[in-house]
Ligand binder design. Structure first.
Ligand SMILES: NC(=O)N[C@@H](O)C(=O)O
Ligand code: NI
Length: 166
């Protein structure tokens, strides 16, 4: 039996069990730079210091996937959060499941991240690796480097789980 995942719109409330939505819509800001800039602060809880780790900024240049796209693996970072923001401000998908020993298929959630949104996975939350829905796309990634211990556990599914398309 094939499991077809249906995307949900991404809201801070719906994503709260998995982390934060990084956006300006509906968020508080304060004026800086002599009134020329609105600063929207503390939009995500960056958790990168476990076991001597430190924060790092990367650019992910992601290749597009072909739809229908089969979900074969999910991963978690037991030692850090991980955030992604589209540099081209294009919509993309995020696939998550609650932290725990393994991702449970019935608990997988697929969200469509809007062009003006980004996401931050809380430490230990299961997610699919980043992919572009169309074209080669660049993303900023904020997560952890250095420190001790491994920081990426994978879980491989046996079921046939697919995303039909954008
Ligand atoms: N492997 C890596 O750095 N990226 C993944 O963790 C991902 O979520 O894309
Ligand atoms: Ni990851």
């Amino acid at each position: 039996m094939t499991i077809i995942l249906k995307p949900e719109p991404l809201t801070a409330e719906a994503f709260a069990p998995f982390g934060e939505v990084i956006e300006t819509t509906g968020r508080e800001f304060y004026q800086i730079n002599y009134g020329k800039t609105e600063r929207y602060s503390d939009l995500a809880d960056l958790d990168t210091l476990q076991q001597g780790g430190k924060p790092t900024v990367s650019i992910f240049r992601s290749q597009p996937v072909q739809f229908p796209f089969r979900i074969e693996v999910m991963e978690r970072h037991p030692q850090s959060s991980q955030a992604f923001i589209s540099l081209e401000r294009q919509a993309f998908f995020t696939l998550v499941a609650p932290a725990g020993e393994q991702p449970l298929v019935e608990q997988i959630r697929l969200f469509r991240v809007g062009a003006q949104q980004g996401i931050n996975y809380r430490r230990g939350v299961w997610h699919h690796y980043l992919f572009s829905p169309a074209g080669v796309r660049d993303f900023i990634c904020l997560d952890r480097t250095g420190g001790t211990g491994s920081n990426c556990d994978e879980y491989h599914f046996t079921q046939d789980i697919i995303i039909e398309g954008c």
